[in-house]
Ligand binder design. Structure first.
Ligand SMILES: Nc1ncnc2c1ncn2[C@@H]1O[C@H](COP(=O)(O)OP(=O)(O)OP(=O)(O)O)[C@@H](O)[C@H]1O
Ligand SMILES: [Mg+2]
Length: 252
């Protein structure tokens, strides 16, 4: 089947004053429909840049990105996006923050209420629908923002370090929740992370990026069974993948 996303020799140069920063150089790979691809690399290697280019929020300097065969030239409206911080509206309850996505799209809010409640329940937020963001923990707020990104059932979900601010235990739990939701929806996911174990635990494939300018150092297929379980983290294969990625990143 044809790839849903196709990166072809993508280059990105930022110009600020006389300064040029080469953020991405010759990035080429594809993402299949329904695939969960994680991207791992050091800070500043161009991961967020790649995601913003995919969403049509930034233009490329060279090369091309195609989504469903169409070159990305303007912001994509039919995708879901999750950022590092939850960006919820403080004066709206959890449920109403999820439904914001529906309102913004001019869809019938009443028709999506049931689905919003289902997503919140699936994210472990049953009973918290009517709480305001300041009554929720950081992890719970992020679950609300993930539910919001999924409510219109986007075929493509772009996530930029959504769990970066969470403690390790909550993060592991969120990984499991996310996989549960993904296995139900079967959408395509591009997930950016700093965390090597997170990249391996979630991904069908891990794209390892070099330090700036960001290039693809290696693409690793993660041959571990699904559903992924916590016990897999101790599996010698899991540990082997982590070692290979550390080597690829040049981590001492
Ligand atoms: N708007 C901008 N103008 C100029 N340079 C930028 C801009 N945005 C990013 N950069 C530069 O491009 C490079 C890649 O940035 P990017 O945010 O994509 O990195 P990243 O891999 O997401 O890093 P992190 O893991 O810290 O989030 C960095 O060197 C950064 O300084
Ligand atoms: Mg970033």
């Amino acid at each position: 089947m044809a790839n849903l996303i196709e990166y072809e020799r993508v280059r990105k140069i930022y110009n600020s004053g006389n300064d040029e920063v080469i953020a991405l150089e010759e990035v080429s790979f594809g993402v299949a429909p329904g695939e969960f691809v994680t991207v791992v690399g050091r800070s500043g290697c161009g991961k967020s840049t790649l995601l913003k280019i995919t969403a049509g929020l930034l233009p490329v300097t060279g090369g091309a990105v195609r989504v469903a065969g169409v070159p990305v030239q303007a912001p994509l409206t039919n995708i879901g996006m999750v950022f590092q911080s939850p960006v919820l509206l403080a004066w709206r309850k959890a449920l109403d923050n999820v439904l914001l996505q529906i309102e913004a799209r001019g869809l019938n809010v009443g028709a999506y209420r049931k689905r919003a409640l289902e997503l919140l329940e699936l994210s472990g937020l049953r009973g918290f629908e009517n709480k305001y963001p300041n009554e929720l923990s950081g992890g719970m707020q992020q679950r609300v923002s993930i539910s919001r990104a999924l409510i219109h059932d986007p075929s493509l979900l772009l996530m930029d370090e959504p769990f970066g601010a969470l403690d390790a235990i909550t993060r592991d739990e969120m990984n499991l929740e996310l996989l549960k939701i993904w296995s139900e929806s079967k959408n395509t996911v591009m997930f950016i992370t700093h965390s090597i174990p997170e990249a391996v635990f979630l991904g069908d494939r891990v794209v390892v990026m070099t330090p700036r300018p960001g290039k693809v150092a290696e693409i690793m297929t993660i041959d571990l069974p699904r559903p992924r379980t916590t016990a897999l983290r101790d599996d010698p294969k899991f540990i082997g993948y982590m070692r290979k990625i550390r080597e690829s990143l040049g981590v001492q």
